[in-house]
Design a protein around this ligand. Structure first.
Ligand code: F6R
Length: 242
């Protein structure tokens, strides 16, 4: 894995945006894999300001998000669909029908997971997948112990992940128990991966990723075997590695 060291969150966001924009200029029909959570918020702000200032167009771009909570419709402000619409899609010229997330309110969540995997496979390949890093090593909602050969599936969220995400819901009780997530093999099938890591809270996880062996107990460790994966990490996240 390549490692790009940056000073702080803002620099990480700018460098990540430059990275995405460069790829988009080279391939206006790029298929982007998107993440939610705190980490990519700055990246999305940078993409919006570049779109406004420089006119970078997303007319032919397709997006595939990593995951969605089960039980939330796209109109629910806690859903990842709502997050993506309000933090990025509503502010750029992307065609909403080219933006894909699992449907959290599908009648049959297992059929929805299967259909989402098929959608990704039928599209060819995600060209550039953006990832954040869970404190327990999760990527997407693939919790420790998820088989490396997993495809898109329904997952029970661990208490650690629900607790980490309670910040968005105000209370742990309100955090859904289940989600649909791209599997680890789905993520690894992307042409290229960009992992963003910022802040002291991620420093232990980042050092484990870099220094320890590959094992299913730490899902992100598999990224070390990807043919084209880059980490952009800031000083606080890198504190145990310098
Ligand atoms: C989000 C996702 C998660 C987050 C991870 C880090 O779509 O799949 O794996 O990337 O939980 O979350 P933040 O960025 O909030 O620290």
């Amino acid at each position: 894995m390549k490692l790009i060291k940056v000073a702080d969150y803002n620099e990480m966001s700018r460098i990540a945006a430059d990275y995405v924009i460069d790829k988009l200029h080279r391939n206006p029909q790029i298929k982007l894999g998107m993440a939610t959570g705190d980490t990519p918020k700055g990246l999305y702000r940078e993409l919006i300001s570049d779109h406004v200032m420089n006119g970078t167009s997303y007319k032919h771009v397709q997006t595939f998000n990593l995951d969605e909570y089960i039980g939330l419709s796209g109109r629910d402000y806690q859903s990842y669909r709502y997050y993506m619409d309000t933090r990025l899609f509503d502010h750029i010229d992307i065609d909403k029908k080219n933006t894909h997330l699992p449907k959290g309110d599908a009648v049959d969540e297992f059929a929805e997971a299967e259909a989402y995997e098929k959608l990704i496979q039928d599209s060819g390949k995600v060209d550039l997948q953006i990832l954040g890093l869970g404190g327990n090593g999760h990527i997407g909602f693939n919790e420790p112990g998820t088989p490396f050969d997993s495809t898109t599936h329904v997952v029970e969220l661990t208490l650690a992940t629900r607790t980490a995400n309670a910040k968005f819901f105000g209370s742990l009780d309100l955090v859904p128990n289940r989600a649909i997530t791209m599997g680890i093999s789905t993520i690894m099938g992307s042409e290229e991966i960009l992992l963003l890591v910022s802040g002291a809270a991620k420093s232990t996880a980042l050092s484990r990723l870099v220094l320890r062996e590959i094992d299913e107990g730490f899902p992100a460790s598999i990224l070390k075997t990807h043919q084209n994966a880059t980490i952009i990490a800031d000083e606080a996240a890198l504190q145990y590695l310098d």
